[in-house]
Design a protein. Structure first.
Ligand code: ADP
Ligand code: MG
Length: 242
């Protein structure tokens, strides 16, 4: 069974259809990279999965459970999903360690000592063990994004959603964040992400999905979609990036 399945998902803002009867599955341990021009619906797709936007039609299943059912407890669903956005969204007046542990303590009711032990282990894993007591603004953008990733995996989510997590970073900081995503992949995480870093997509994605106008135009292994695209619109999109 897939970890995530979108079945005929439709999302419109007013007259504008942003997700147009979209079908997409993500298998356990799979890394799926969504690509497409600005406005093609990538972020909306991720926001629908995280129940930040209601869908207008179709279904979204998480581990088989229909989470778009109106009776769904959205907080319980979100507790099973880890999310990192372009902006770091760390709490500025909380220490790095508090940022990593807060959700575990408050949403998952993990006792403080246990949460902090886990949090420190995760900070070690993202290479920031020595920054646990500092405030986020003392860290570089790349380090802050690594804290956000540690926070996202703290609760051992079934699925990670990463939306352009390197877009706000200085170019020299992109690599350290994407290296960490590659490590999560190697450790078996299930990831649905968007990025403009085609080099990363090429070596870390199991599957690349090209979206246009809220539809999947083309998908497949990265070497196929990125190196030998079958559709003119995919070729046009990729050539604009080069
Ligand atoms: P992408 O992430 O691929 O750039 P988005 O999902 O952000 O695309 O946006 C897809 C389309 O939906 C865009 O035309 C955008 O303007 C529109 N859109 C996104 N969010 C909203 C919103 N809250 N209200 C109205 N229109 C929106
Ligand atoms: Mg977006």
């Amino acid at each position: 069974m897939s970890v995530l399945a979108l079945e005929g998902v439709v999302k419109a803002f007013g007259d504008q259809v942003v997700l147009d009867a979209l079908d997409l599955e993500v298998a356990e341990h799979e890394v799926v990279v969504l690509i497409g021009a600005s406005g093609s619906g990538k972020s909306t797709l991720l926001r629908c999965v995280n129940l930040l936007e209601p869908v207008d039609d179709g279904r979204i299943r998480l581990d088989g459970e229909d989470v778009t059912d109106p009776r769904t407890d959205a907080d319980a669903v979100r507790a099973r999903i880890g999310v990192v956005f372009q902006q770091f969204n760390l709490f500025p007046h909380r220490s790095v360690l508090d940022n990593v542990t807060l959700a575990a303590r408050h949403v998952h009711r993990t006792p403080k000592a246990e949460a902090e032990t886990r949090g420190r282990r995760l900070l070690e894993r993202v290479g920031l063990a020595d920054r646990a007591g500092e405030y986020p603004d003392r860290l570089s953008g790349g380090q802050q994004q690594r804290v956000a990733i540690a926070r996202a995996i703290m609760t051992e989510p079934r699925l990670l959603l990463l939306d352009e997590i390197t877009s706000a970073l200085d170019p020299q900081l992109v690599g350290e964040v994407l290296d960490l995503v590659a490590e999560l992949k190697d450790a078996g995480s299930t990831i649905l992400m968007t990025t403009h870093e085609m080099h990363f997509a090429e070596h870390a994605a199991d599957r690349v999905v090209f979206l246009q106008g809220g539809r999947i135009v083309e998908q497949g292994p990265p070497e196929q979609v990125l190196r030998d695209p079958q559709h003119e619109s995919t070729r046009a999109f990729l050539s604009r990036l080069r």
